[in-house]
Design a protein around this ligand. Structure first.
Ligand SMILES: CC(C)(COP(=O)(O)OP(=O)(O)OC[C@H]1O[C@@H](n2cnc3c(N)ncnc32)[C@H](O)[C@@H]1OP(=O)(O)O)[C@@H](O)C(=O)NCCC(=O)NCCS
Length: 162
């Protein structure tokens, strides 16, 4: 097995985020989205009782955080506000265990449905959501401002839980 193959077969672990992880989560959000969330914004969100946050780490490499997912639960519906994997770890399958574990935690928190918004041009995210059984329930034209200033349409996706 070559070195590249070794890195492709990373083993992942997913855990509930702790307050001390906020700085790494904020840094990851900043590298992943045109408008990053500040540390204060992340800390405020994570401290909400109805917000569920999970972190992804490569088993051999902890405590470095390689990804996270954050959702808000309102009665029986969860909104996946953000999910990201660090740029150096993308394309290695880490988002699947992260999303699988996160969805279980949302279900345990009482959610019966998950909704999210995604840029219609975000192929990796759309492939992930399709694989997990999400389907389109709406569209929001010119919803995102991308890094290059162009506007992107948001697709609204949903899937039942349980
Ligand atoms: C979306 C994201 C979390 C996926 O994480 P990941 O660990 O790279 O996910 P995977 O390795 O499982 O890849 C997901 C799918 O995208 C595909 N993919 C990966 N990189 C790709 C690329 N550059 N172009 C096209 N498809 C790509 C993979 O082949 C896989 O598809 P498959 O399930 O059909 O095989 C990650 O790309 C990310 O953090 N992006 C920036 C933040 C973001 O856009 N979040 C979603 C907001 S709604």
């Amino acid at each position: 097995m070559g070195l590249l193959d070794f890195f492709r077969k990373l083993e992942w672990r997913v855990d509930p985020a702790q307050p001390r992880h906020a700085a790494q989560i904020s840094a990851l959000h900043g590298e992943s989205f045109a408008r990053g969330w500040s540390l204060a914004e992340i800390e405020t969100l994570m401290s909400e009782r109805n917000v569920v946050t999970d972190i992804l780490r490569a088993k051999a490499q902890s405590p470095q955080i390689d990804g996270f997912a954050l959702s808000r639960v309102a009665v029986d519906e969860a909104e996946l506000l953000t999910i990201a994997v660090s740029s150096r770890r993308r394309g290695k399958g880490g988002s699947s265990p992260l999303l699988a574990r996160h969805l279980s935690r949302l279900q345990a928190a009482g959610a019966r449905r998950v909704v999210l918004e995604v840029d219609e041009d975000n192929t990796p995210a759309l492939r992930l959501y399709t694989r997990f059984g999400f389907s389109e329930i709406g569209k929001r034209p010119a919803y995102y401002t991308r890094r290059d200033g162009t506007r992107g349409t948001a697709l609204v996706l949903a899937r039942p839980l349980g």
